[in-house]
Design a binder for this molecule. Structure first.
Ligand code: TRP
Length: 333
C-alpha cells in the first residue's frame, strides 16, 4: 500500500441482485481487479439500490453474501482495496437525501434507465427508483472519487452525478470532487448467446443465453455449443455477424488474442470447433473463480470479518465528506 496518497481514487459498485454473469465479469469485474495496483480502489455492493425493485428478503440476504464471496473469488483483494456493503455505511443514505433536495424532477425524468424500468416494473414505480441516481451520486461523491468505471448503461447516471456535484459546489463552495467516467479500452460488451443483439443478462428468458460465473464446466460447454451463429461458417469479425462477433469478443477477452489472430487460428475450421474452443477457454477462466468461491462461501466468519473491516474504513472516509456537506448546507453538527 505504498504511495497510497498519490494514487487516484477509483469508486465503483455493483448491485447484488442475483447471480453474477460472464458479462459482468468480462465487462466490469475483471477490470476492477486489474485497477487495484494502479489506483486506490473503493468498491461496494450497492444493496440499497437493489430494493428499488421488489426483493424477497431471504433471497436478498443470500444474494448479498454470494456476491461478496464471488467478488473476492474474482480477485478483489481486501489487502489492496476497500470492499464494503453500502447499507452498512449510513452516510450513503444521508448524503443521498441531501442530493435528492439538490436534484431537479426534470433531470431525473430524463434518465432512460428510469423510463425503461418503469415499463418493466409498471406495478412498482416507486420514488426510490426515480431518485436512484442521487444515491449513486452520493456513493461516488462521498469518496471524492477521481474515476468511476461504469458500463455504457450507467453513463447517463454518472453525467448526472457530475452535474449535481458541480451545482452543489457552485452553491456551497468546493465540497465534492467532480468524478470522471472510466471506460476501459478492452472492456468486453458481452451479448446473449441466444440473441446476440441483446446484452447478456441473468433475466434472459432463454437460460442458454446467459453464462453465470458459477456455472459448472458442463453447463458452460452446453451453452456455448448452442450459441447462435450464422450460416456463413467462417470465423471472422464482420457487420451483421452478431453471434460470431460476440463469441470472438468473449474468446479475445479470456485469451488475450486479437480478432486477427482468432481469424487466423480458425481459418478453414467450422463453428463447431470454434464454439468448443471458446467454451473451453471460458471454463478455464471461470474454474479458479468457482473454486475460490466454494472456499469463501463456506467461511461466513471470514467474509464477515472482511466486510466489517471495510465498512468501518468506508464510514470513516465518507463521514468527512458528509460532515462537510452538511455544514455547508446549514445543519448544526
Ligand atoms: N447503479 C449501478 C448499476 O446498477 C451500481 C452502482 C451503484 C454504481 N452505485 C454506484 C456504479 C456508484 C458506479 C458508481 O450498475
Amino acid at each position: 500500500m505504498e504511495n497510497t496518497e498519490k494514487k487516484k481514487v477509483v469508486f465503483s459498485a455493483i448491485q447484488p441482485s442475483g447471480t453474477i454473469t460472464l458479462g459482468n465479469y468480462l465487462g466490469a469485474l475483471k477490470n476492477w481487479v486489474a485497477m487495484q495496483d494502479e489506483f486506490n480502489c473503493i468498491y461496494a455492493l450497492a444493496d440499497l439500490h437493489t430494493i428499488t425493485v421488489r426483493q424477497e428478503p431471504a433471497q436478498m440476504r443470500k444474494n448479498i453474501i454470494d456476491a461478496y464471496a464471488s467478488l473476492l473469488a474474482c480477485g478483489i483483494d481486501i489487502e489492496k482495496s476497500i470492499f464494503f456493503i453500502q447499507s452498512h455505511v449510513h452516510t450513503h443514505a444521508e448524503l443521498a437525501w441531501i442530493l435528492n433536495c439538490n436534484t431537479q424532477f426534470g433531470e431525473l425524468s430524463r434518465m432512460t434507465q428510469f423510463k425503461d424500468k418503469s415499463v418493466k416494473h409498471a406495478d412498482n414505480i416507486n420514488a426510490g427508483l426515480f431518485t436512484y441516481p442521487c444515491l449513486m451520486a452520493a456513493d461516488i461523491l462521498l469518496y471524492q472519487a477521481d474515476y468511476v468505471p461504469v458500463g455504457a448503461d450507467q453513463k447517463q447516471h454518472l453525467e448526472l452525478s457530475r452535474d449535481v456535484a458541480q451545482r452543489f459546489n457552485g452553491l456551497y463552495g468546493n465540497v465534492f470532487k467532480v468524478p470522471d467516467g472510466y471506460y476501459p479500452k478492452h472492456g468486453a460488451r458481452v451479448m446473449s448467446l441466444q440473441d446476440p443483439t441483446r446484452k447478456m443478462s441473468k433475466s434472459d428468458e432463454n437460460v442458454n443465453g446467459c453464462v453465470h460465473l458459477l456455472d459448472t464446466p458442463e453447463q458452460i460447454m452446453k451453452k456455448f455449443k448452442r450459441a447462435v451463429t450464422d450460416s456463413e461458417a467462417c470465423v471472422r469479425y464482420a457487420e451483421g455477424k452478431d453471434g460470431v462477433n460476440n463469441l470472438m469478443a468473449i474468446y479475445g477477452a479470456v485469451t488475450g488474442l486479437t480478432n486477427e489472430q482468432i481469424e487466423h487460428d480458425f481459418a478453414g475450421k467450422g463453428y463447431g470447433d470454434f464454439k468448443t474452443a471458446v467454451g473451453e477457454a471460458v471454463v478455464e477462466t471461470l474454474r479458479p473463480i468457482r473454486e475460490r468461491y466454494e472456499q469463501y462461501i463456506k467461511d461466513k466468519a471470514y467474509l464477515e470479518e472482511c466486510y466489517r473491516k471495510a465498512d468501518e474504513i468506508a464510514l470513516k472516509i465518507s463521514s468527512r465528506t458528509l460532515n462537510k456537506a452538511m455544514k455547508k448546507v446549514g445543519f448544526i453538527l
